[in-house]
Design a protein around this ligand. Sequence first.
Ligand code: CTP
Ligand code: CA
Length: 225
Amino acid sequence: LARGATGPDLAGRHVVVSAGGTREPLDPVRFLGNRSSGKQGYALARTAAARGARVTLVAANTALPDPAGVDVVRVGTAVQLREAVLKAAADADAVVMAAAVADFRPAAYATGKIKKKDDQEPEPIVLVRNPDVLAEISAGRARSGQVIVGFAAETDDVLANGRAKLARKGCDLLVVNEVGERKTFGAEENEAVVLGADGSETPVPHGPKEALAETVWDLVKARLA
Ligand code: CTP
Ligand code: CA
């Protein structure tokens, strides 16, 4: 039986989870990255598998062991993550975007290592926008009834920013975390509010990332056709 009292209530479902953080290369040895560890996404994948779902985990630059019984697709950049998520989402019942996707990438990639020159200031780094994967999959549901979940890390006006983001993205659920210097990134525990497009608001008290994952799947399940 699954963890907790839930049982295999996602049997017959295919779910896609993205996890980790994208890295946007500048040259062969350097990248722009973020602090996402992937732990929340892996907890979501493990939990869904334990509840009987077929799980595709799109993992961006994580240093975590592959969860048992989960299809893991490894990606590096936001563009690669988009490809992998769109492909896996084609026949998915639900997509949960727990990955921290870089909003921007360097406009240029240097094929050789960028070298410093004694008599010159460094070149500024020019950025261009990455595709917004969550907005894209929300706008074009691969299949009617697909449930789409986003994550948002906010430092200020957490709920107001979360509501605005949920509307902007067009997803069904948005898990909003408050982040700060020592909160969330890399931590074992999490605290969040899950906002629903239907106006619902589900607080999840401070606790293990598995507990938040279970709540997310409960809310997804309630919205599956
Ligand atoms: N996301 C995405 N593609 C992007 C950026 C974000 O799919 N290029 C997804 C993330 O996986 C997450 C959600 O969108 O599920 C919210 O990410 P967040 O960075 O909070 O939202 P942004 O719209 O990028 O807003 P902000 O300016 O606050 O970073
Ligand atoms: Ca962002």
